[in-house]
Design a protein around this ligand. Sequence first.
Ligand code: F6P
Length: 331
Amino acid sequence: MTQIKRLAVLTSGGDAPGMNAAIRAVLLTSASYNIQVLGFEHGFNGLFEQDFQTLHPKHVENIIQRGGTILKSARCPALQQPGGPAQAAACLHQLQIDALVIIGGDGSFRGALALAEHYKGQIIGVPGTIDNDVDGSDFTIGFATALDTALDAIDKIRDTADAFERIFLVELMGRHSGYLSLAAGIAAGAEQIICPEFGPLTPADLSSVIKPIQHAQLLRGKSSYLIIVAENSYPGGTSALADDLTKAIGVECRAVILGHIQRGGSPVGADRILATKLGAFAVEQLVQGAHLMMAGEVNAQAVLYPLSQTGDRKKAIDPYLVRWQQQVCSD
Ligand code: F6P
């Protein structure tokens, strides 16, 4: 057991529904060990600006159901500058913080590793991102909510697409990962899914998108057709892809960019539970001496995973669903 008297928590990178639930779990679990908790604001920027508050149980009352993060979030260019990690570590030392909990994605965990080269206390990560692209946890906090948010929107687009028998391209978030696009595409019954894991799509290989559309037209006649596209999948974006398709097939293709709506909203039950479990587990493991680990969940069990390996991108999108989508749905 490590003697932790004072712990700090921050939320970093793209916010995700359930981050508040994780903060609550960190605070309540820490309180049960008589550990004082400081909350840094605006991610790692709070370390540079000494922007923090001492958290008490009253601060986390009625936040489990709220989207966003009471600590605010941000990316932190200062941490990537020469001398940045040392400066951030100095702030933690000055405030006598024995351990730091970072709630964020793999970019935030890379920042944590840089900080660890100068910081003498313990560091633990809690995976919070709608992208679900963190190795070491089957799911990340926020993914389940973002999926439902995206689905709600896609179902509505399907209604109007159906009424007009139109082709729609719906762009979802996830610039490096297609978890959200694959899951939402499958659950919405989309005809096509385009995501980074399928390799780059360029104007030169548009035929791979066009052929299934034409095949469906032959088979079903005029009808609605949905293509879910992960952001960053095509040069110029999804609007450019819709324009190029329109020109190539002579049928109007409409683009809808869902954007940041996917990051907001009240977390669904699964995210509240995951966030509570991982926030609590992170503190318990810090007390047991964990350092440079991430608190994740694999096969419903809370597990520790080396922070240095969380960005290795070994976790693949479901190969079964990919094959099914490509062989059965796109044909
Ligand atoms: O990492 C979460 C995420 O929402 C990604 O899906 C998206 O590519 C990115 O953040 C957007 O970041 P920003 O809000 O800074 O534009």
